[in-house]
Design a protein around this ligand. Sequence first.
Ligand SMILES: [Zn+2]
Length: 305
Amino acid sequence: MKIKYSAAVIMLVVMTLTACQNQEVSQDQEKQSANTEQNQQENQNEEKSSENEQDQDTETNKGESGEQTSEDSEMNEGSKGSDQETEDKKNANDKNEKPDENGIVTLSDPTAIDLVVNKQRKLPDGFVPPDLVEPDVRFSFDEWREKRQMRQVAAGPLEKLFKGAKQAGINLFAVSGYRSYQRQETIYNYNVETKGLEHANKYSAKPGHSEHQTGLTMDVSSPAVSYDLVEGFRDTAAGEWLAKHAHEYGFIIRYPKGKADITGYSYEPWHIRYVGKELAKDIYEQQVTLEEFFGLQPGAGTDEK
Ligand SMILES: [Zn+2]
């Protein structure tokens, strides 16, 4: 009885926590299927299954096996990179970064535009971008939320990208940008407590490892796929346009198809990352990932098959 009672209390606390995030969701949800980005978290909660809103992104990411991962679900761990040292010298961000005993590098310059955050490379604990603003673009929801934000340096280019899309007759909507360390931490800790460390590491992002925390990323979608973050977005006019033109505004498709063994994440045609025009153009033309471009060790930690 006692045990049940404590469990109930824990659930209550957790639900309250998630409620904050989900309230928002449920509102949009009705409107537009909300899915969005919450997904990350959603992913993490995925198995909870209780809230479907939460997992929309997940469908995409999980695949049938449930083994795939997404930025929004961020898995981690895995083989780790003891090899980490060999790489990064080319990356301007990597000056003094040495992997810890778990093979994880903590970035010393978390505001660098060309930084690489992935399962082996994390932002410093508690990092908050100094220049978060709300870009003047259309979102898939109306309320104010943390995820409406981006770093100023990326917000202007995003606005231009949206203008360019509009001029091309493309119906693009922003879905999810900045995600705080705290939010990720709450989700991760919850999963550790309720499902155990191993499971949590497999299905949820560790705080500091989400590219959304950099403030340089935005998930976008379109009404054609109900504003969802799904692979099918690539086949919409908006997805097509984005794949062809994002680089002209300084953005890359961060998790290209067939590169999960390198990035650690499945294909995410909706997830764009600001890197600046020059780098975006190079990456687009060379058809490489950010990891490959900088000669970083292909993403240990993926559990993709
Ligand atoms: Zn994303």
